[in-house]
Design a protein around this ligand. Sequence first.
Ligand code: AMO
Length: 429
Amino acid sequence: MKRSYAAEVIQSDLKKVLVKGWVHNINCIGKVAFVQLRDRTGIIQIVAEGQAVRDLRLEMSIEAIGEKVINDKAPSGTEIHAESIKIAGKAYYDMLPFEINKGWIKASMETQLDYRTISMRSPRIRAVFKVQQEIEEAFKNYLRENGFSQIHSPKIISSSTEGGSEMFTVDFFGRRAFLAQSPQFYKQMMVGAGFERVFEVGHAYRAELHNTWRHLSEYVSLDVEMGFIDGADDLMDLEEGYINYLFAHLKSTCGKELELYGIDLPDEVKIPRIPLGEVHEILLDKFGKRSPAGNIDAEGEKMFSDYVKQTYGSDFVFLTKYPVTKRPMYAMPDSEDHDLTESFDLIYKGLEITTGGQRIHDYEMLRRNIIKFGLDPDGFTFYLDSFKYGMPPHGGFAIGLERLTMKILGLSNIREATMFPRDIKRLEP
Ligand code: AMO
């Protein structure tokens, strides 16, 4: 007999069905048991009695055959009157680490992460990863529709891309190698290789020593790089377009999940672009907040986001024109003020979710800049050489997938938006 899923049983006019899934909940009234069966599409009630029911335990996997019956009192308006129930996967626990059938899990985040395959069974947690999947899907679709090609760059690499200190080293057949902090060099090289417009969804590694609510040692980076641009505004236009495309996509694919988290996404997003120098002045004038030179700290990001929300009604803001000293050697200096760069960060509800900008595309200028940054051009030969053959003006940006997921759903810790997070303390599961 062909298997039916919970959602199909509820929607279709099938009479006799075979369903498979996990025991989400059991309620016994006299000899009759009401079993909530959960599969990847939803939850359906099974009404059963007899020995098979007495052996059931929460989270066992089972298979049941029975008749579909419409019943207003059943949670989904439909239930299955079981003829037979078979245990497909036994339970070998004394006690579940926490209950997952009561909405919010009442256990610390660390415990939930320790037992990740159990916590992810909760429909509420599952919803996070459905939204995350659709963020990635929308990213790929939007960029493909705009003429971008998908690339896969190596994650074992020979030199730092984003500055020295935060790199994991790897013993590569006796040579010192690193885990990529970003696909930065490779996405630029692919623009020069004639692809013009590329994107990548891949892991990035940061050996950051701090343990915060917004940093992971391994995260997923949504990367974009585009050739023949006129300036950083082209890149911000592209990202603003993605945010609008994404929100429309999430509304059509994740209605149930957004509702679970009480999220109502705006119909249109218009993102203000404000130079960092002005941001500093506003923070000082309005909030008495001093910022670190040429940068903005986490408290400043939050304060300024609140200010932008009140002033422009936007949850997003582009901070532009970061100083040369705060950007990597590949950042293009501003055409008017050489101490600044053609770069930006995107802040969403108080958190940086993107860094981007125009890059230096002239071979000689890049070589001089590498030296100016106190680095040895010989350490970047493969990258630098690719600029000898007519590299066009170009730029791009990268969005942290977990940070974007976290902010869309209003989660308070990035680990909640990561299936198996890696941080300074966590290497398992
Ligand atoms: P940056 O280093 O700012 O820029 O990273 C880009 C975005 O990646 C996310 N991110 C992180 N997410 C979780 N944990 C971390 N430790 C972490 N570090 C970064 C953030 C951040 O905004 N090559 C440039 C991008 C570019 O210019 O194209 C880069 O990697 O959301």
